[in-house]
Design a protein around this ligand. Structure first.
Ligand SMILES: Nc1nc2c(c(=O)[nH]1)N[C@H]1C(S)=C(S)[C@@H](COP(=O)(O)OP(=O)(O)OC[C@H]3O[C@@H](n4cnc5c(=O)[nH]c(N)nc54)[C@H](O)[C@@H]3O)O[C@H]1N2
Ligand SMILES: Nc1nc2c(c(=O)[nH]1)N[C@H]1C(S)=C(S)[C@@H](COP(=O)(O)OP(=O)(O)OC[C@H]3O[C@@H](n4cnc5c(=O)[nH]c(N)nc54)[C@H](O)[C@@H]3O)O[C@H]1N2
Ligand code: SF4
Ligand SMILES: [Mo]
Length: 723
């Protein structure tokens, strides 16, 4: 007997509505749920093949304990008892910071994971919290906090009313329109606007799929978007094209920004970003005078040492041209829960790292600091670490250094589906539950949707009996370590009592768990269109529920700055921009004359959907793209084996000669080269492609976002002599 479950894909923020056909406990087919009123149009092969990960031949299906060079299965009781005892010992021998966590991108797609992990971290009182932000979206958090007063104040794009799209450092044709926002079918909707006369400008060093469809492609020099954007701001102020009313009423700091722009020289900025001055002037005028326009800045901007300044100037451009909270610009979606209020506690955390002295950003420290925090003796040295949904050895900088540090830990616990590169030295492998196997409301993304929207993420199949959701693992650890979860005295006793009650009555819902929190969230949610959301109404909309029309007018009220105005020129950003202006752009050192750029593929997800059968034609992830002019000079032809070297690493791959990059820039896909181990079968690890992040130095970092130069590393390229 087959049945169909309607839910949504939780691999990326496109959140596509899917229809999952199930037979017994097996997924037969996943297709886009075309009855979903909001989110199915980005549906891709990653969602279609999601069951392949559930059925991964190397999936871990019970806790596994390291014994010598191998692993043996253990019970959950053994796993929790051993981990809790070793963590407690580490804390007793030093302090709570001896226990740490790294959580990666997929943790953001499970509210119960994030909530209970933080509840456990609070319970043990550690500040050794590391997360993916410093290799992804920290620049956005830093900018949002400084300009809008909350690190989670992420504006959403009003695509269907836009006449002029300035897309900076994003490739939505591949990645979908999502980075702290969910704009389903965003790229297709933008192309639709283009067919009706809108202009699309793509700023990208590479001629990407998106750039190829744009009206104008600006092949900016990597890491120099800030110069382009500052040039645009300058032209707009110089020519009086700013939106007078918003500059006067909505923002403070206009004069400081104007002063900064006045100090800069447009010819100098043009040289820095590698674009003709006349082009900067034209784009600035067209942007400022378009009926409706938006600037969108994303990971191509953020993953550089200049990332925060670039991100800031993108937002500033929107503000000074009156694009905030106006049709066709960027608006604030209040959603059904006030995420900004919920996050205010994280905003406030300013813990500084013992070695670098750098503060947390968005509740987490920077990944580049993790190795030293593990290996450097002293109070607060990390001795036990949990990797929750992450593969930082591959997705982060200088994976070799992190790998060495992980090997040095007294206890490494990995929670994942399979044992990947970053889990190589794990003492415990804990089997995770896939989104096809778990229910979730994912309420804290509610203000990232481009329409008021709610969908309950129902599970389609049951998880293997030995797998456990992260929330349960963190609750069990808190109980075993005798530290009250969420720091609420007595809560552990209540949890145990509800478990007993559920066991005796056979009613699973009696057990304290995320469903209690989901219900509480709904019960205390904002009224939408004057109506309070009820659980049963949400469940009565399995395809998802558009709660009403998009509304404008919420932006000003949501600002958390003391005067409810946008801070247009935060002092630290202005100072950093002055600093950049004062120095010539870093030229490649003679020994590393090329800049290493980056690419994502439609059918990869960072470092972890690469090995699935059927998703990738062979050979992907193993090539370096070199411009024909550079290839000629180096004596390299298509198909040659080449060595790419940086200050910290060296890899070998196949050359692919193509003019997608500009001369002087070479491209290697990110996310490859992660080994998938076989702890159950003991067969050799499988590996696909090469890890280009081995070339990325963990230092220096953008001083504001603590992000390293993931997408602009200086490298040398040479042909490997195969004779
Ligand atoms: N050079 C370069 N580097 C980059 C990027 C780039 O563009 N260029 N992109 C960056 C970006 S945007 C990001 S977000 C980071 C990602 O960095 P990370 O989040 O650290 O790593 P991922 O590669 O996403 O690996 C995620 C891991 O989580 C596991 N996983 C998936 N779902 C679940 C789950 O539900 N539970 C558990 N327990 N585990 C799960 C997967 O199997 C995988 O092992 O990489 C960054 N690194
Ligand atoms: N298929 C697929 N979809 C994904 C993901 C995935 O791994 N695969 N990851 C998801 C995640 S975690 C995220 S965060 C989002 C990211 O979404 P996007 O930010 O759109 O990510 P990319 O597609 O990598 O596009 C970044 C672009 O920036 C360009 N770039 C690099 N350096 C510079 C620069 O200095 N200046 C400018 N202007 N451009 C530059 C790159 O060439 C690239 O084309 O995508 C999500 N969607
Ligand atoms: S991975 Fe593909 S199917 Fe899943 S949400 Fe993202 S775009 Fe949609
Ligand atoms: Mo990301």
């Amino acid at each position: 007997m087959t049945r169909t479950v309607h839910t949504f894909c939780r691999y990326c923020l496109a959140s596509c509505g899917v229809a999952v056909t199930v037979d017994g406990n097996r997924v037969l087919k996943i297709s886009p749920d075309k009855q979903n009123p909001h989110t199915w149009r980005d549906f891709c092969a990653k969602g279609r093949t999601a069951a392949a990960l559930v059925e991964h031949p190397r999936r871990i299906v019970a806790p596994m304990r390291r014994v010598g060079d191998g692993y043996v299965e253990a019970t959950w009781e053994e796993a929790i008892a051993d981990i809790a005892a070793r963590m407690t010992a580490a804390i007793d021998a030093d302090c709570p910071d001896a226990v740490g966590v790294y959580y990666g991108n997929p943790a953001g797609f499970s509210s119960s994971n994030i909530i209970f992990m933080n509840g456990w971290l609070d319970a043990i009182g550690t500040q050794s919290r590391y997360f993916v932000g410093s290799i992804d979206q920290n620049a956005m958090h830093v900018v949002a906090e400084a300009m809008y007063g909350s690190m989670l104040m992420a504006p959403v794009s009003d695509i269907d009313n836009c006449d002029y799209f300035l897309l900076v450092g994003t490739n939505p044709a591949v990645s979908a329109w999502n980075w702290l926002e969910t704009v389903p079918g965003g790229w297709r909707r933008a192309l639709d606007r283009q067919a009706h006369g809108a202009t699309i400008v793509v700023v990208d060093p590479l001629r990407t799929e998106s750039a190829a469809k744009a009206d104008l492609h600006l092949p900016v020099r990597p890491a120099q978007d800030w110069a382009l954007l500052l040039g645009m701001v300058k032209v707009i102020f110089d020519e009086g094209l700013e939106h007078r009313q918003d500059c006067a009423d909505l923002a403070t700091g206009v004069e400081e920004l104007r002063a900064l722009a006045a100090e800069a020289d447009l010819d100098d900025l043009a040289l820095r970003c590698g674009l003709p001055r006349a082009q900067i002037e034209r784009v600035a005028r067209d942007f400022a005078t378009a009926r409706a326009a938006m600037a969108v800045t994303r990971t191509g901007v953020s993953m550089h040492l200049t990332g925060t300044v670039g991100e800031w100037l993108g937002h500033a451009l929107n503000v000074i041209t009156g694009r905030m909270d106006r049709p066709g610009g960027r608006r604030y979606e209040p959603g059904y829960v006030d995420t900004i209020r919920m996050s205010s506690r994280i905003d406030a955390s300013r813990h500084r790292n013992r070695l670098s002295g750098r503060p947390m950003v968005a509740g987490g420290h920077a990944l580049s600091e993790l190795p030293a925090e593990i290996t450097t003796p002293g109070r607060g040295r990390i001795r036990a670490l949990v990797i929750n949904c992450g593969n930082p050895v591959v997705s982060g900088p200088d994976g070799a250094a992190l790998d060495r540090a992980l090997a040095d830990l007294d206890l490494l616990v990995a929670i994942d589906f399979v044992q990947r590169e970053s889990h190589r030295h794990a003492h415990w492998l804990l089997p995770a539950v896939h989104w096809l196997e778990r229910d979730d409301l994912l309420a804290f993304t509610s203000n990232m949707h481009d329409e008021p929207y709610i969908q309950y993420g129902a599970k389609a199949v049951e998880a293997p009996p030995g797998a456990r959701q992260e929330w349960r693992i963190f609750a069990d650890l808190a109980i075993a370590m005798r530290r009250p979860l969420f720091r609420v005295p007595g809560l552990n006793t209540v949890i145990r009592a509800t478990r007993r009650a559920a066991h005796i009555t056979g009613v699973g819902g009696l057990e304290f768990g995320p469903q209690w929190i989901d219900r509480l969230v709904l019960a205390t949610s904002r009224k939408v269109n004057g109506r309070r959301l009820r659980w049963r109404d949400v469940r009565a909309h399995p395809h998802g529920w558009v709660l009403g029309p998009r509304e404008f007018g919420h932006f000003r009220g949501a600002l958390r700055t003391p005067d409810h105005k946008v801070r247009l020129a935060p002092a630290e950003f202005v100072a950093r921009a002055r600093d950049l202006l004062a120095r010539p752009p870093a030229d490649p050192p003679p020994e590393f004359p090329f800049l290493l750029a980056n690419r994502r593929r439609r059918h990869s997800m960072n470092s972890w959907l690469n090995e699935l059968p059927g998703l990738h034609p062979s050979g992907k992830g193993t090539d370096v793209v070199i411009h024909p002019e550079d290839a000629r000079r180096l004596g390299i032809t298509d198909g040659d084996r080449v060595r790419v070297t940086s200050r910290v690493g060296r890899i070998e791959l196949i050359a692919s000669v193509d003019d997608e990059p500009r001369p002087g820039v070479v491209i290697i896909d990110h996310g490859w080269g992660s080994r998938v181990h076989d702890p159950r079968g003991g067969t050799p690890a499988e590996s696909f492609g090469v890890n280009r992040n081995l070339l990325v130095d963990a230092e220096p970092v953008d001083p504001l976002s603590q992000t390293p130069a993931l997408n602009s590393t200086f490298v040398a390229v040479e042909k490997v002599d195969q004779t």
